[in-house]
Design a protein around this ligand. Structure first.
Ligand SMILES: [Zn+2]
Length: 624
């Protein structure tokens, strides 16, 4: 998943955590061949019952905003327990059969974040359970869009976001990252619409409205995905392509031109891409995050369509997840940095290989700024700034901070700086290869690192100071910095402007998105309205088509009360659903005495946002 900034959520969760005790103390997860690891975010007993294969048969009803059907699980009751326990969240269970015979299921009490455990009586030899069910109004994974909320405005759209623990709100399942299974699906949708999943996908609409899917590589539940809408496809090369709403497909195809080459470059770095096709789906504007690494089909925000391919490092990130995350998976959400830190490192290496070092260095530096901001927000001594997290009794989304992403990536960068590229690349390639389709804990990774890279070199171990990174707070003293050559030039230009040089005379030729971002981010906290006006006249930030730059500019406009940007900001907030952009803007309005403005804009556009974005913005605008 691409990073976003849930700092406000992280603070709230501290309050939320007081009242949430997981119902079961004996919950655990396990896969075919990995050791059992306690995962407190599933109430399933997949450590006792092997979940082998899921066959879904579901119908998507836009009028009722409901998914209904059956989930058939092939199981191996290896420990001969009398009950199979699965996760559900706001699901209605209509009936359950075990090997074709109806059985009496029970739903446990609702547990905050986790939902209701579904208990199904099974026998030692039970091979298959079938659960007939439908989704509820509070299905956190689902966003149902009315036609007017799509780019095309003519047809409704549905998509899912299952990470971290939302798959259980649309499929009864054992919902932990350490539990993998294969799946097949039959999905019925209104005629004229296309359905896609994290599986082998159709490339065009058929007449029946019934689509069949097959995923023969075992995946965890958080990688279950579905999208339904007026969607078209265009190929990029023989194994890559892009899907988007029909009226967006040409723009998307243009933006994704380099993706085929990107997959080849990633393979050169860290070994073969093992998932067959690599396609991407550009979602309607309400998608709450940057991207989601659903296997075979990355879901991504339309805000990366900048018209100039300048924001494609987001795709590099999601592609990299096909090694770190999808192939080698964090065992629990406490080990989330193993998914995201590795992916950010891989993403930057991939971006460097696709562009040049100075370009990737800018991303490292902006990432460092993000990390410092996260440290400020979380508190430098907070346990939430450790790489290894403790999310017991909390929503795993609380762990989605820049700590996992940027501190995690920086730790790998530190190793690279100490052992050299050749050694870290050989190490990572071997790591991906030897842990392919397995899950891994932080402790298992550290053992592997010791055995395969450090190898008793105590001087190296001392230089790395691993404990400080993994089990300690803040940014460790040995944190590396990227080369700042390009940003130093930007600093000089900014200073010249602040010293009185007219904006239109500044030397900004050939600046990339990242130079512009750095230019704006490091402006004084409150720039006076005259300076804002001068910058806008010279560089047209208010009307920028680049969402990263526009968002930064609107935050500055709110701080400076630069009203000329407000109509465009209002429009931006109506069409963008990505939390990374929404949260800082609403937060800044609330912080600077513009609560009425924040609330009235939010009231207008709340329905355009995904339920997860609504949850976080609800909290932001409710503050005094
Ligand atoms: Zn990610």
């Amino acid at each position: 998943m691409n990073k976003y900034f849930p700092a406000a959520m992280a603070v709230l969760s501290i309050f939320a955590s007081c009242k949430n005790e997981p119902a079961k103390q004996d919950t655990a997860t396990g896969t075919q061949d990995t050791v059992m690891v306690k995962d407190l975010h599933t109430q399933s007993n997949a450590d006792s019952v092997l979940m082998k294969h899921l066959d879904l048969d579901i119908a998507v009803n836009f009028d009722a905003r409901q998914i209904s059907g059956k989930a058939v699980w092939d199981i191996d009751n290896k420990q001969m327990v009398s009950t199979l326990r699965l996760d559900t969240y706001d699901l209605t269970i209509d009936s359950v059969t075990a090997d074709g015979k109806k059985v009496q299921h029970t739903l446990g009490a609702f547990v905050d974040h986790l939902g209701n455990a579904l208990s199904i009586p099974v026998e030692a030899g039970t091979k298959q359970v079938a659960i007939y069910y439908h989704t509820g109004k509070n299905a956190r994974a689902l966003q149902w869009l009315d036609p007017q909320q799509t780019a095309g405005k003519k047809h409704p759209f549905l998509y899912t976001q299952s990470e971290s623990i939302y798959a259980r709100s649309w499929i009864p399942c054992a919902d932990g990252p350490g539990i993998r299974y294969t799946y097949t699906a039959r999905v019925t949708v209104p005629k004229g619409l296309l359905a896609l999943m994290s599986a082998e996908n159709p490339q065009q609409v058929n007449d029946s409205g019934i689509y069949h899917f097959n995923m023969d590589i075992p995946v965890p539940a958080y990688l279950m995905a579905l999208a339904v809408g007026d969607i078209a496809f265009k190929p990029i090369d023989e194994r890559t392509g892009v899907y988007a709403e029909t009226n967006m497909i040409d723009k998307a195809r243009y933006e994704f031109e380099d993706v085929g080459r990107m997959v080849q470059t990633a393979e050169k770095l860290y070994g073969p891409y093992r998932w067959g096709r690599y396609d991407a789906l550009v979602l309607p504007p309400g998608f709450p995050i940057g991207g989601m690494e659903n296997p075979k089909l990355t879901f991504c925000t339309p805000t990366i369509i900048a018209g100039d391919r300048s924001l494609m490092n987001l795709v590099a990130h999601e592609l990299a997840h096909n090694w770190s995350g999808n192939l080698v998976t964090n065992a629990t959400w406490n080990d989330f940095w193993l998914n995201e830190g590795f992916t950010v490192y891989f993403e930057r290496r991939l971006t460097e290989a696709m562009t040049d070092k100075s370009y990737a260095d800018m991303l490292w530096e902006l990432g460092y700024q993000d990390l410092e901001k996260a440290m400020d927000e979380l508190g430098k001594d907070s346990k939430d700034t450790h790489l290894k997290l403790d999310l017991t009794g909390r929503d795993p989304d609380d762990g989605l901070t820049d700590i996992a992403y940027e501190k995690g990536a920086l730790f790998l960068k530190l190793i690279e700086n100490n052992v050299g590229r050749e050694r870290i690349d050989a190490f990572l390639k071997k790591y991906f290869d030897e842990h392919a389709f397995k899950t891994i804990t932080t402790e298992q990774f550290l053992t592997y690192l010791n055995d395969n890279l450090i190898k008793g070199d105590s001087a190296l171990a001392k230089k790395l100071d691993i404990n400080a990174w993994v089990y300690g707070p803040g940014i460790p003293a040995n944190a590396p910095h990227a080369d700042r050559a390009r940003f130093s030039k930007v600093d000089e230009v900014r200073q010249a402007f602040l010293d009185g040089k007219p904006a239109k005379e500044l030397q900004t030729t050939n600046w990339s998105t990242y130079e512009w971002l750095h230019f704006l981010r490091k402006m004084p906290k409150t720039l006076d309205a005259t300076k804002m006006k001068e910058l806008d006249a010279a560089f047209h930030f208010t009307t920028s088509g680049n969402s990263e730059i526009a968002d930064q500019w609107y935050v500055m406009s709110v701080t400076a009360d630069y009203k000329a940007a407000y109509p465009a900001m209002d429009q931006f907030l109506s069409r963008v659903g990505r939390r990374k952009f929404l949260e800082p803007l609403y937060t800044e309005m609330m912080k600077t005495g513009k609560q009425d403005m924040a609330r009235s804009i939010y009231e207008k556009y709340r329905m355009n946002y995904h339920p997860l974005a609504q949850e976080s913005i609800d909290e932001i605008v409710a503050k005094k």
